[in-house]
Design a protein around this ligand. Structure first.
Ligand SMILES: Cc1cc2nc3c(=O)[nH]c(=O)nc-3n(C[C@H](O)[C@H](O)[C@H](O)COP(=O)(O)OP(=O)(O)OC[C@H]3O[C@@H](n4cnc5c(N)ncnc54)[C@H](O)[C@@H]3O)c2cc1C
Length: 495
């Protein structure tokens, strides 16, 4: 606990939003519109807003889902569906500007600790200024966690034998050195996901050759970076707000159809996806080895490759794919389990994230440390025993922001309900009918199982076997359920 003199200087807000990424800026927007009387502050440790889109600087950085649904419900997206980080930042910048949000945001503020006091019914937030040797304190009645799901300072780098013997440069996609010289370099990109698929075509022309080294293949969908319906509606001079809504509905409808097909006829869908890659790479290409995943489509997010750029780079020989495992690094590059040597001047690890549950913040409740994995999730937004806190974790398979908009509506409704009833505290708790409910891992690995989630499952809250106590990944059910959540249900305990 800070000294009482420091606490006396703490600034107080009704709501404190942790993070100024797409979720935090969205939260600030919704709060301004739906709860205009609430005072609030947004804290972010980076120098600007954007989160993911500010952090990642690797060549070609772009969204892998469309911006009609990754964009906010309330702000039309006017560009091509797959957008660069710069375009996403510009879009978010317009939201900040148009709603005058900048005055609420404090950058270079790293939240170190959050302590709840039931005596005072507020959180005390300890912050370190990243640009000054200074500790600051804030108090807030409600904490809105928009901190994302991974550590922004450092990506996940597996350890392989001999890594320190490699004579070239080893870089991680999350901390891409801006001055990395690719000219005439042999580059190996380790990874098979959306990041590897983005970097490879973006650097293929600049370097001597780029190899995608993957342990196992991934599903990809290719297509034009354009939406026919949006183009038609624009030709008809339909209002952009209408286009945004209509195209969102069309995309969501198509995605729902696709998801249903993935469950009902996974083999047919797999065949179609793999067949499309066959057509791009030609009959001689070994699609069986390099682009035939063993998992069922939709157990992991399927990356969209706009204009098939990855496959064009492979087809024209600037890029190639090796499906193998790393035995060890050596001076010249990587020795594979098959015995093959991959020489490299630069090795790029596109190996994913270090999950940081709740922003690496040290949480305490009434003097006791919060063990997040001991809690049970309430619809992936609140946690048993954790008062006045909402957490934003978007969709994995659909666009993240669809969920952050839904959670924002819920939080604003909850805050208004508390004001109307005079409640100062809300905590979710298992009801009598839930007490013998089996407690399971946060996400069902049969439904969704990417590496970064599987590595971190032990850190995440539990789920029950009832809808309320699950972190659903289905926009179609949540969009109807969230607006009618009964705030007087016994799962909400007010004080
Ligand atoms: C390269 C890449 C591409 C992606 N593409 C897509 C896509 O196309 N579609 C999709 O749906 N999803 C995509 N995702 C997932 C993506 O992370 C989310 O969709 C979304 O951007 C997350 O937004 P956020 O605001 O919730 O979190 P983030 O973008 O992670 O932002 C969180 C912010 O909180 C701040 N923060 C965290 N902890 C603290 C702390 N302790 N103190 C102060 N500040 C803190 C961080 O500095 C950061 O600015 C992608 C992810 C990556 C890495």
């Amino acid at each position: 606990m800070p000294a009482s003199s420091q606490l006396a200087k703490a600034e107080h807000f009704d709501v404190l939003i942790a993070g100024a990424g797409i979720s935090g800026i969205g939260a600030a927007y919704h709060l301004t519109k739906q709860c205009p009387d609430k005072s609030f502050v947004v804290l972010d440790m980076q120098e600007s807003f954007g989160g993911t889109w500010w952090t990642h600087r690797y060549p070609g950085i772009r969204s892998d889902s469309d911006l009609h649904t990754f964009g906010y419900r309330f702000k039309p997206w006017r560009g091509p569906p797959i957008a660069t980080a710069a375009e996403i930042l510009a879009y978010m910048g317009e939201v900040v500007e148009e709603s005058n949000l900048a005055r609420h945001i404090r950058y270079r503020h790293k939240i170190l600790a959050a302590r709840w006091s039931s005596q005072h019914n507020f959180w005390t937030i300890e912050v370190s200024r990243c640009d000054a040797d200074e500790r600051l304190y804030f108090t807030a009645n409600f904490l809105w966690m928009c901190q994302g799901y991974y550590r922004h300072s450092q990506g996940y780098m597996p350890t392989w034998p001999g890594m320190d013997t490699f004579k070239g440069s080893l870089v991680h996609s999350e901390t891409w050195p801006v001055d990395l010289d690719l000219k005439d370099k042999k580059v190996v990109v380790i990874g098979s996901g959306a990041t590897a698929a983005t970097i490879i075509p973006a650097i293929a022309d600049a370097c001597a050759h780029v190899t995608m080294l993957q342990r196992s293949p991934t599903f990809f969908i290719t297509g034009r970076n354009a939406i026919d319906l949006a183009e038609t509606l624009r030709q008809l001079q339909v209002d952009e707000a209408w286009i945004h809504e209509i195209v969102r509905r069309k995309i969501l409808f198509d995605q729902a159809t696709f998801t249903r097909r993935c469950h009902e006829e996974p083999d047919v869908v797999s065949k179609e996806l793999i067949g499309a890659i066959h057509n791009l790479l030609g009959p001689e290409y070994d699609v069986e080895t390099h682009f035939t995943p063993t998992y069922r489509p939709w157990r992991q997010r399927i990356a969209f490759v706009p204009d098939a750029d990855l496959f064009k780079s492979i087809a024209n020989g600037k890029a190639s794919v090796v499906t193998d495992q790393i035995e060890c690094f050596n001076q010249a590059g990587i020795l594979l389990k098959s015995g093959k040597q991959l020489d490299a001047d630069i090795i790029v690890a596109a190996t994913g994230f270090n999950i940081n549950v709740l922003g690496d913040i040290d949480f305490g409740i009434d003097g006791k440390p919060l063990v997040f994995s001991d809690t049970v999730t309430y619809r992936g937004m609140m946690f048993t025993g954790v008062p006045n806190l909402a957490w934003v974790f978007g969709y994995f398979r659909a666009s993240w922001t669809l969920r952050s908009d839904l959670v924002a509506d819920f939080v604003c409704r909850l805050l208004k309900h508390m004001d109307q009833t005079g409640a100062k505290r809300v905590t979710v708790a298992l009801r009598s009918q839930d007490l013998d409910m089996p407690l399971l891992s946060w996400i069902d690995p049969h439904s969704f199982n990417p590496g970064y989630i599987m590595r971190s499952m032990h850190l995440l809250p539990k789920r029950g076997d009832k809808q309320e106590w699950q972190h659903n990944q289905d926009y179609w059910s949540e969009k109807d359920q969230f607006p009618v959540i009964d705030l007087c249900d016994a799962a909400f305990v007010y004080a």
